[in-house]
Design a protein. Structure first.
Length: 93
């Protein structure tokens, strides 16, 4: 098989996070537009409540697919392109 256990575990985390349609939409949005804050993402998705959106962003960040940058009270999210290239290249097409 060739993959070490850490790579397999990381792949499972990424695929599990992307297995939810809203999280996949968030990841696809962030491949097109970098450095969006939670409110910007919410306005572009329209049908996601703020608390739900925060939960989705946390899941995507914890699996390593998103990076975040804090600026005052705002948090800006972007896709971790290295992680996406390795585990979810579909996002970068």
């Amino acid at each position: 098989m060739g993959e070490d256990n850490a790579d397999i575990q990381q792949a499972v985390k990424v695929y599990k996070a992307l297995g939810e349609p809203t999280r996949l939409k968030i990841a696809l949005l962030l491949t097109e537009e970098r450095n969006l804050c939670c409110s910007d993402i919410g306005s572009k998705l329209e049908s996601v409540a703020g608390s739900t959106l925060s939960h989705h962003l946390k899941q995507l960040t914890e699996c390593g697919l998103l990076t975040l940058r804090k600026d005052g009270t705002y948090i800006y999210y972007s896709v971790n392109r290295d992680m996406a290239q390795k585990y979810a290249p579909y996002l970068l097409v």
